[in-house]
Design a protein around this ligand. Structure first.
Ligand SMILES: C[C@@H](C(=O)O)C(=O)SCCNC(=O)CCNC(=O)[C@H](O)C(C)(C)COP(=O)(O)OP(=O)(O)OC[C@H]1O[C@@H](n2cnc3c(N)ncnc32)[C@H](O)[C@@H]1OP(=O)(O)O
Ligand SMILES: [Co+2]
Length: 153
């Protein structure tokens, strides 16, 4: 398996609305996408884009900040926010060419995979790896989108 692009940094927040104001007014973000609910993952999501390299092929935006707010107490990020009420860095998401190959790769290394492969916020398959097996970082692996037009909000 070959490591791909750092797609996003997941940031847990008690309020996407407040986080949007922070990225806009304090960090000077110029591209903040429309928030949406991802019921299956138990989170409300909002992407903040950082600029990409226009000379490269692929998406014209750079690594994103993925703001995630729990949709209910059953959300997988509810425990994290209980421990970190102000929110904070939650996970790193790396792209790979082939999700099945990546899953086998980590399985063979004895890394704990958290649940089944599912469809993530970019519409491509994702899975998560346990932070205790990944140098303390909850790690999301996602298949590189074949095209970026399917989520233009
Ligand atoms: C929208 C989608 C997308 O991008 O497409 C997303 O990203 S959805 C993003 C939200 N979805 C997910 O996160 C799904 C995968 N996550 C999970 O399955 C869970 O959140 C776990 C990572 C297993 C944590 O579960 P839970 O909070 O119940 O466990 P816990 O409190 O017992 O934690 C076990 C140990 O891991 C540590 N721990 C927990 N969350 C952590 C995190 N985010 N980063 C680093 N360490 C973490 C705890 O401090 C604890 O360590 P100590 O034992 O030393 O105290
Ligand atoms: Co994510």
């Amino acid at each position: 398996m070959k490591l791909g692009r750092l797609n996003h940094i997941g940031v847990a927040t008690p309020s996407i609305e407040e986080s949007i104001a922070y990225y806009r007014d304090v960090m000077g973000a110029t591209k903040i996408r429309e928030p949406f609910d991802l019921e299956e993952q138990g989170v409300k999501v909002c992407f903040v884009d950082t600029p990409g390299d226009p000379t490269e092929s692929g998406p014209s935006f750079g690594t994103q900040i993925e703001l995630i707010e729990p949709l209910s107490d059953a959300s997988p990020i509810a425990g994290f926010l209980a421990k970190n009420p102000a929110g904070g860095q939650h996970h790193l998401c790396y792209e790979v060419e082939d999700i099945e190959e990546a899953r086998s790769w980590f399985e063979e290394k004895g890394k704990r995979i958290l649940g089944p492969t599912r469809i993530g916020a970019h519409g491509t398959p994702i899975f998560f790896l346990h932070p205790k097996d990944m140098m303390g970082q909850l790690t999301e692996i996602m298949e590189t989108p074949k095209e970026t037009t399917h989520w233009s909000n």
